[in-house]
Design a protein around this ligand. Sequence first.
Ligand code: ADP
Ligand code: ZN
Length: 729
Amino acid sequence: MQIIEVLTQYSKLNRPFTYFYDGDDLEVGVRVLTNFNNREIVGYVTKVSSTDETIEAASNRLGYELVKITNVLDEKPLLTNELMELSDYVTSYYLTNKISVLNAMLPPSMRPTKSSLRAPKIATQNKISFNPKFKDFEELTTKQTALLNEIISLGSIMQTSANRHLIAKLIEKEAVIIEEVEKYRLQYDDYPQEKPHALTHAQKEAVKTILADDKETFLLHGITGSGKTEVYLALAAHYLAQDKQVIMLVPEIALTGTMLANFYRRFGKKIAILHSELTPAEKYDEYRRIRDGEVDIVVGARSAVFAPLHQIGLIILDEEHSESYKQDVAPFYHAMTVAQMRAKNHSAKIVVGSATPSIETMARAKKEVYGYYFLSERINLQPLPETTIVNMLDYKNITSTSPYISKLLASEIKKSLDEKTQVILLVNRRGYATYVSCRECGTPKKCPTCAISLTYHKVDHTLKCHHCGLSFPVKGPCEKCGGTNFSYAGFATQKAEEDIRNMFPDARILRLDSDVSRRDKTPQVVLNKFMKHEADILIGTQMVSKGHDFPLVSLVGVIGTDASLAIPSFRSSERTFQLITQAIGRSGREKIKGKAIIQTMLPDHYVIQHAKNQDYFAFYDMELRQRYFTLNPPFYFLLSIAMSHQNEKTVRNTIEILKHNLIDALGEDAYVIGPTATFYPASGKTYNETLIVRYKNYFKIKPVLLQTLSPFKEQSSLYVHINVDPYDI
Ligand code: ADP
Ligand code: ZN
């Protein structure tokens, strides 16, 4: 008999339950079917030990009645040894439960959950090849002969509905052999092979420097249009030539298509895609192709960092600064952190690229923890677009038709339309409606202590600081000009689109934001349409600003990003700077000279000024100073602890107890701040409170944290979520 330890999704604790099994030897890492409180469940085997005891004896020894495992679901472990080990690292680093890590790592059909029992089946198709024993060619009709010749010249073909009847005849006459093979459900376009561009001098230097660098992680900083993708391709070629494999991560699912095309044209078919919007069947097929060694390159979004490749040489994260690399639900992992864990296992290199690196990554590059190379010029030496700031507080600058559109922007759009070039308009919805600013001077309301923007809470008509938790009345004069009128007005994509449509009724306009249904792969469709010049104007949220290379764009208008500057987060300046810089970078990529217009009510803000000049380094210096004074990354690491419970009083009291326990236990090693209103929406009727911990040394505080938290995690109906290195607080 074997004693089996099993993890299940029903336990919020990271603790296995013990069962027995009397079949063949079980392996760690397979899924089993068993009972848990009289419910049939799927569990994940974490430990197997053999014993000569009887069930009764073992039950007596353990003090409870052992239940039997009723079925074994997998023949071999779900994960490779390396990934099994990685799942333990990730679980331990993110102070989370292993089931949530397994769910993040595996495609839905292979997860240890009940729904995986309805997993897709392997699809098959018939592969038809010539039967060498066949001699009776005269007996074939002309059509049959033609098809047989095609089969002979191609080696084999697949049976399809179109050729089904003809092939049936060939089978009948024993002219061909039929073989059932797996059919992969994800169909790739057949991109023609393409020769690489001759690298520019700067690109060659970048490749040389990266390959010669002995640090694990390398930051490739390159202004928009400096040709980073070509560097990625050259690096990939280098590792592929050494029989190593490559993971290419992109921040948005909408960008996988473009990146896939780049790699496919260069390296051909041994490539797979992994992201959350493939169908379960497609994902199942892609996952197995990767695991079974059929591909050398995996292109995908965040979760592709877990691709079950066996010989990784290189992991690339394009647009390194993107917040989408951080998963915002448990286990709250960051693709870069996981990439670094995997790189150790494979002795692989990590290359992260960006025109606007995150402050933390740049700080590590400056400290020479990461390697660094700067591509400072655009390919073809095109200048960056000429950028103008329009002050929207001055009514003379604004059109009479729309309060959102300046006269300058309107006239430049008209010029572009006349010249038949294209326009991108960036509008940002984030944080809108929670943002309160002075109507006279545009200054947002800030916390007097923490100097970050306050969040408007409609329920009690107050302003709250999400940093220190204090509340303020909305009334009270503007700190800058003494004005007493405040604007709560938000700004929305649809409204901008409406006004633009009214102003330019003949223009062809496309909109791209997260409302555009994702399942239909619409972002890619929208982007392709724009690329083919089937539209003149593309309006959208940050999705329009990332990565895409549109040769005909001559004008970028930044319509509303002030609200994003006012989001009460230490990250809001960085995020807004990145957003504007990336958006402006879409203008004037090829032969056309680019222009950009930033409409703002905060024309003197350092973010707006440095973004206008595309001066990353000036922004970095300024921002780093802010981070220093506010005890934020990279000077301190952060961790948030969210607690939820159905009873408001319980959660308030419990979090206060936890706070004091943490302060006592951590002492000098950390600051514990809060509780503050949380960013996670209260789901259903649960109440949330959040604590923030700031610290210098994670490995020092981690065991103390675990010990202090453990009694709270065990309380029933109280949920504790820990987010290590939250993107935002
Ligand atoms: P980035 O990602 O750095 O913003 P891209 O990789 O999109 O820039 O490159 C910008 C443009 O320059 C693309 O159209 C790309 O095809 C082109 N390009 C890149 N490298 C070369 C090269 N060595 N020769 C010619 N064109 C290049
Ligand atoms: Zn405050």
